[in-house]
Design a protein around this ligand. Structure first.
Ligand code: S3P
Length: 171
């Protein structure tokens, strides 16, 4: 039954949402869409620059408008969110009102922080470790609201995680 639903991936920055979405897309031979990339194409600027130039509130407005567009106009079966998207109740309701299964890629902070620091992606909200840890802790109660929790263990590759989603969540 879940196989007919769209898959929405949520979780903290650096957990690997976009990569797992790409693996899912490859394995299921279906389109995936990354919300941050969608925003970047629409606005013609990176998310980092958008936040730096126009501020976080502006970014959140664009994020919600873009999510709404994707959910209503786009057929992509797999959607990876930004780390803050699921924190907004409005965004959660938009997703819940569509035919979606939400999966929280759950990981410990150090794993996310390591990926954040090694990644080429500039993340304006992830500059100072103690502040990012605080954000991580504050957000757990919202990520918990996802339909499924998938623990990202260090020995699992993104392909392994995608396979688990297909075998244990979708079918
Ligand atoms: C954000 C996460 C980023 C991006 C923006 C805000 C957040 O996406 O949407 O910088 O609030 O956690 P990733 O989770 O892909 O890094």
């Amino acid at each position: 039954m879940n196989g007919k639903k769209r898959i929405v991936l949520t979780g903290f920055m650096g957990v690997g949402k976009s990569t797992v979405a790409k693996c899912l897309s490859y394995l299921l031979k279906t389109e995936n869409i990354d919300l941050d990339h969608y925003i970047e194409e629409k606005e013609g600027v990176t998310v980092a620059k958008l936040i730096e130039q126009k501020g976080i509130e502006y970014f959140r407005q664009i994020e919600t408008a873009s999510l709404r567009e994707i959910l209503t106009n786009n057929e992509a079966k797999i959607i990876s969110l930004g780390g803050g998207t699921w924190i907004s109740e409005e965004n959660r309701n938009l997703i819940k009102n569509q035919n979606c299964t939400t999966v929280w890629l759950e990981s410990n902070f150090e794993h996310c922080w390591r990926n954040i620091t090694f990644s080429k992606t500039v993340r304006p909200l992830a500059k100072e470790k103690a502040e990012v840890k605080k954000l991580f802790d504050e957000r757990q109660k919202f990520y918990c609201l996802a339909d499924w929790h998938l623990i990202v263990k260090p020995e699992l590759t993104s392909f392994d995680l995608a396979k688990i989603i297909i075998e244990e969540i979708l079918w």
